[in-house]
Design a protein around this ligand. Structure first.
Ligand SMILES: N=C(N)NCCCC(=O)O
Ligand SMILES: [Zn+2]
Ligand SMILES: [Zn+2]
Length: 315
């Protein structure tokens, strides 16, 4: 029987030290099927800093999560042993070293078949997480929720930034270029070439306006078709949400998804071969009333739920 979260009917949910959803820590269980892990790192940002405080904020904002997920008809913490694995201590003064630390830690955490849902941190961390995923599964399909393409080349000559992880990932051959898609992109670019490059790398695009005009069901159908039964990694930059739904982020863009749209699309992924996920770019200094923290914690909860369903199917 998995060890579940602290019971909110016995112990007030606002009491005690915050782990994600009040789950046990990794060192309190024998084996974890799914681990939520933080990467408090934001040395890769191009505008507002502060995503290094994302993991702590999302944990604090996750205290109200309950054990049954009716939208997916699953009790994720009963279907699988889910834990909080704490934070990966990435060097804030040396990006390359930080990326190595994140990759090595992700490999260590997944050694026994544990699936990861990682809380960022800025989007730079998706690169080492994808490297680790590809080491385990080979090149992976990617569904990338973001206002931004994040396939730009360099900033100030720097290769590893939060605007460039997916270009590096394609160059490194760790993505399955038959099955890549951005969802929720919008806003001004540097030039038309950004889109041409992105297309050349193999990405399909479902813009924020496509989600609005086509609706959730059509979008889910397209994404499921593109991914098929490939191992798929889901990366959620919280700025995919409209700033009204997620003000606490580093590079906000108007005209984004609602949290309802994002959660509905994610729930449409039930049955896909999800192998890992991240939720990044939560910058609490710009958050109000935990809007962004709550949205991110619910996104992480649904991602954990999808992984738990997959785990139960395979067990
Ligand atoms: N990954 C995020 N959130 N933002 C990338 C923005 C890159 C830029 O400053 O153009
Ligand atoms: Zn973004
Ligand atoms: Zn991003």
């Amino acid at each position: 029987m998995p060890i579940g979260p602290i019971d909110a009917s016995q112990n007030p949910r606002y009491a005690g030290i915050a782990t994600f959803a009040r789950l046990p820590r990794l060192d309190q269980v024998e084996h974890a099927d799914i681990a939520v892990v933080g990467v408090p790192f934001d040395t890769g940002v191009s505008y507002r800093p502060g995503a290094r405080f994302g993991p702590a904020h999302v944990r604090e904002s996750s205290r109200l999560l309950r054990p049954y997920n009716p939208a997916l008809d699953v009790s994720p913490f009963a279907s699988a042993q889910v834990v909080d694995a704490g934070d990966i201590a990435a060097n804030p003064f040396h990006i390359e070293e930080a990326l190595e630390t994140v990759q090595a830690s992700a490999l260590e955490l997944t050694a026994g078949g544990t699936r990861l849902v990682t809380i960022g941190g800025d989007h730079t961390i998706a690169l080492p997480l994808l490297r680790a995923a590809a080491e385990r599964h080979g090149p992976v399909a990617l569904v990338h929720f973001d206002a931004h393409l994040d396939t730009w080349d360099t900033y100030f000559g720097a290769e590893y930034t939060h605007g460039t992880p997916f270009r590096r990932a394609v160059e490194e051959g760790i993505l399955d270029t038959e099955a890549l898609c951005h969802v929720g992109t919008r806003g001004p670019l540097y030039g038309k070439k950004d889109l041409e490059d992105d297309r050349r790398f193999g990405f399909g695009i479902v813009t924020s306006s496509d989600v609005f005009r086509q609706g959730v069901d059509e979008v889910v159908e397209k994404l499921r078709k593109r991914v098929g039964d490939r191992p798929v990694y889901v990366s959620v930059d919280i700025d995919v949400l409209d700033p009204a739904h997620a003000p606490g982020t580093g590079t906000p863009e108007a005209g984004g998804l609602t949290s309802r749209e994002l959660l509905e699309i994610l729930r449409g992924f039930a049955g896909l071969n999800l192998i890992g996920a991240d939720v990044v770019e939560v910058a609490p200094a710009y958050d109000h009333a935990e809007l962004t923290g709550v949205a991110a914690s619910h996104v992480a909860y649904d991602l954990v739920s999808l992984l738990a369903m997959r785990h139960a199917e395979q067990a």
